[in-house]
Design a protein around this ligand. Structure first.
Ligand code: IPM
Ligand code: MG
Length: 372
């Protein structure tokens, strides 16, 4: 019997339909080659769902996602929906899916392809190959929030006016399960784990450190390093090649993964996998946003979305050969010189000779042609 998977596709807004469309095409092509069947159904979430149903995450979309084997997501949001009140913003769709599917582990690998050395803004980047393990359903993203009018004053008598607050809170159980993911990935990679926090200021961070030290003994083959997040952003620029696995909280992981995207050439290259406990459905999406400025122009880099299919096949569905075929096809396509605008901007005239500027569709065609 053919292996068959129930995949929910959520294109979303902006460039989402273009990059997710590319990902679906690659999934179908690789499935045919490797003899499995993706049964793909499309659902709305984000701004387009607000337009159609008045809510960013319709119940039927969440239900379908929960009942699926895996979700492929494009991107959500855009200036059209920026004025909507907080609970109905498009971003709530992503947060609702993460929470509703219990996707607490977000894996964001960042690799610098040797062909893209010149695209990295770093002078001597070296060999960058790191994995950010970001906690995804806790911390300040999901803590108590609110705002109120204060009658208090600042020291000089100025009225405080409106006060808004967001709360960072983490439990031992939430921290431990994500730390373990970090240690486990480090164990099968280069055996180095960096815990990124702000333990010189935050209580939550001190708990992360304490728990990391407590369980480190179970992973004595892994070297554990601690870095404050401000210092880590410096070190990622100064010595990116020395990082292996970074484990960190929801917000620090959000920020550092964009930084990792830039130093490896473009945020348009970085995939992500969001996973819960074994056996539960996962969600796979590029780390980039909906890029409304280039939406609908067939200009977006589809590689982050395509590599997210690779992560889905490798980490989640166990289709290893198909996954390897995708990463190899992407590498080969870059080696052949195909460049979407985001990765074609640097380099001197000499380097540009072998480069072909391509659009989203052409990049996808080339990757599909290179699947082996
Ligand atoms: C990401 C995005 C999201 C996040 C937004 C769209 C809610 O920036 O996946 O990195 O902050 O997690
Ligand atoms: Mg982000």
């Amino acid at each position: 019997m053919t292996r068959s998977y129930n995949i929910v596709s959520i294109p979303g807004d902006g460039i989402g339909p273009e990059t997710n469309g590319a990902a679906v095409r690659v999934l179908e092509a690789v499935a045919q080659k490797y003899g499995f069947e993706p049964r793909i159904t499309e659902y709305k979430a984000g701004g387009c769902a607000i337009d159609a149903f008045g809510v960013p995450l319709p119940g039927e979309t969440l239900q379908a996602a929960q009942d699926s084997d895996a979700v492929l997501l494009g991107a959500v949001g855009g200036p059209r929906w920026d004025m909507i009140e907080a609970e109905r913003r498009p971003e709530q769709a992503i947060l609702g899916l993460r929470q509703g599917m219990h996707l607490y582990a977000n894996l964001r690998p960042a690799t610098l392809y040797k062909e893209l050395g010149d695209v990295s803004p770093l002078k001597n980047p070296g060999k960058i190959d790191l994995l950010i393990v970001r906690e995804l359903t806790g911390g300040i993203y999901f803590g108590k929030q609110g705002s109120y009018k204060s009658s208090e004053k600042l020291f000089d008598g100025t009225r405080k006016g409106i006060v808004a607050f967001d709360t960072e809170s983490y439990s031992e159980a939430e921290i431990t399960r994500i730390l373990r993911r970090g240690f486990e990935f480090a164990r099968i990679r280069n055996k180095k784990l960096t815990l990124v926090d702000k333990a010189n200021v935050l209580n939550t961070s001190r708990l992360w450190r304490q728990l990391a030290k407590e369980i480190a003994g179970e992973y004595s083959d892994v070297e554990l390093e601690f870095l404050y997040v401000d210092n880590c952003s410096m070190q990622l620029v100064a010595r990116p090649a020395t990082f292996d696995v970074i484990v960190t909280s929801n917000m620090f992981g959000d920020i550092l993964s964009d930084l990792a995207g830039q130093i490896t050439g473009s945020v348009g290259l970085l995939p992500s996998a969001s996973m819960g406990n074994p056996g539960m459905p996962g969600l796979f999406e590029p780390i980039h946003g909906s890029a409304p400025d280039i939406a609908g122009q067939n200009k977006a880099n589809p590689i982050a979305s395509i590599l997210s299919v690779g992560l889905m096949l490798k980490l989640h569905l166990g289709e290893n050969d198909a996954a390897d075929s995708i990463s190899e096809a992407v590498r080969k396509t870059l080696e052949q010189g195909a460049r979407t605008p985001d990765i074609a901007i640097h380099g001197d005239e000499e380097d540009k000779r072998d480069i072909t500027l391509v659009n989203t569709t052409e990049m996808t065609d080339k990757i599909i042609a290179n699947l082996e």
